[in-house]
Structures are given as structure tokens and as C-alpha cells.
Design a protein. Structure first.
Length: 237
């Protein structure tokens, strides 16, 4: 009798979990979408004073979301993202400490769910790895950056974020021709309905980056030609 009661109780728990999961997921998704929308509005504005005021409030919301959903990767990804952007307003030492904390959050998110937000943790962590200084100042590492960014592309090969930031990484490594291909993919990436503003802004940045990359290659070719011409002229004298 006791065994039957336990089985019934277990069955009820399972049904409760199954019934609650969509509601939990819906609430989490709505909260994450709201946080992302507020971050994009702050990040893509030109007023640094307003950005500096907006980020601390967004961090509080992200931290609260992490507490509410400790086993979800998405809130950690956004907490780390906001921390990383807010680091630009901190002193050098404080910023490095903040970015170390963001790194830990992203690593935790990857352990919990590497596919969360279409591999966004890999994108953000990979970007940090090629943007921060290397040892002994910080954890910067170009090889690790490429490994992480490629991992994000495996999860979401057509994603705007994955393609844009891998292109930016390639550009930093003087691999302009490769970067062009990924900037084009970012430009052609589908705009996500829940992230229309942020995706549109990033696509505009990808278009500008592609144009600048092409111009830089053109200028490099001209400079090389002029150098060869000058050398030939000098040798003929």
C-alpha cells in the first residue's frame, strides 16, 4: 500500500514538472528577451552618460534573474554580457576583475547548456579571449578565442552574432579575406523577431566593417604597388 502511495506521489510530481516546464520556460524567455531589449537600447545609443547609468540597473536585473533561475544558462550569459560592456566604464584594474568574473559565468553557462541562446556563451567568451590582454595581465588567448568562436558557428552557422564576431576576430589577426566571407554571412543572416533592433544594428556594423575591410585591402594593394614601383625606380637610377 505504501509502495502504491509512493508511486502515485512520484507520478503526481512528474506531471507537475511536465505541466510547469512550459510556464517556467515562457517566463524565463520573456524575462531574458526583456533584458536583451533593454541592453540593446543602452548599448546602441551614442550617449555614454546614459549608458553608464543604464548598465548598473541592468546588472541588478540580470543578477536577480540568475538567482531566480540558477540552473538556467541564459541569465548567466546576459549577466556576463552586461558586465563585459559595463567594464568599459571602469578603471583598468576593476575592468580586468569584472571580465574575469564574466568569464567564469560564461564557462558555467556552457557547462549547463552549451546550446543556450544558440551558442551565445561561446561567442561572448571567445570575443573576450581575443579582446582582453594575454598573460600575465589577463586571460587573453587568440587560439582559445578561435576555438570558442568556431564552436559557436557549429551550433549556429547562420547566426549574425557568431559570424560577425568571428569575422572581427579574423580581421584582428590580419586575415582580411577570410573576415570578408564571415561579414557577408552576418549581413545575410536572418533577423530574429525577438531581437529586431539589436540584429539590425549589428548588421549595419557588419556592412560598415565589410566596406572598411575591402577598402583596407585596396589601400594595402596600392601601397604595395607603390612600394614596388618606388624600389624599381630607385634601382634604375
Amino acid at each position: 500500500m505504501h509502495y502504491i502511495f509512493c508511486m502515485n506521489k512520484a507520478t503526481i510530481v512528474v506531471f507537475l514538472i511536465l505541466f510547469a516546464s512550459p510556464l517556467w520556460a515562457s517566463d524565463l524567455s520573456a524575462s531574458v528577451a526583456g533584458l536583451e531589449s533593454e541592453w540593446a537600447a543602452a548599448y546602441y545609443q551614442n550617449n555614454e552618460t546614459q549608458q553608464k547609468q543604464a548598465y548598473p540597473a541592468l546588472l541588478e536585473k540580470a543578477e536577480e534573474l540568475v538567482k531566480r533561475y540558477p540552473y538556467a544558462a541564459e541569465p548567466k550569459i546576459w549577466q556576463a554580457t552586461i558586465m563585459a560592456t559595463n567594464a568599459g566604464f571602469q578603471s583598468s584594474l576593476a575592468a580586468l576583475s569584472t571580465l574575469e568574473e564574466a568569464k567564469v559565468l560564461l564557462e558555467q553557462a556552457i557547462q549547463q547548456n552549451p546550446n543556450a541562446l544558440e551558442g551565445a556563451a561561446y561567442v561572448t567568451l571567445g570575443t573576450l579571449y581575443y579582446m582582453v590582454p594575454g598573460w600575465p595581465v589577463s586571460f587573453g588567448d587568440n587560439q582559445m578565442a578561435e576555438q570558442l568562436l568556431k564552436a559557436s558557428l557549429k551550433i549556429n552557422p547562420n547566426g549574425i552574432d557568431a559570424n560577425y564576431f568571428y569575422a572581427d576576430y579574423l580581421l584582428q589577426q590580419d586575415r582580411a579575406s577570410e573576415a570578408e566571407d564571415y561579414f557577408r554571412k552576418a549581413i545575410q543572416a536572418p533577423i530574429r523577431k525577438q531581437q529586431i533592433f539589436a540584429d539590425t544594428q549589428l548588421q549595419n556594423e557588419a556592412k560598415l566593417a565589410l566596406a572598411n575591410t575591402q577598402q583596407r585591402k585596396l589601400n594595402a594593394g596600392r601601397n604595395k604597388f607603390m612600394s614596388l614601383f618606388a624600389t624599381a625606380t630607385y634601382n634604375s637610377e
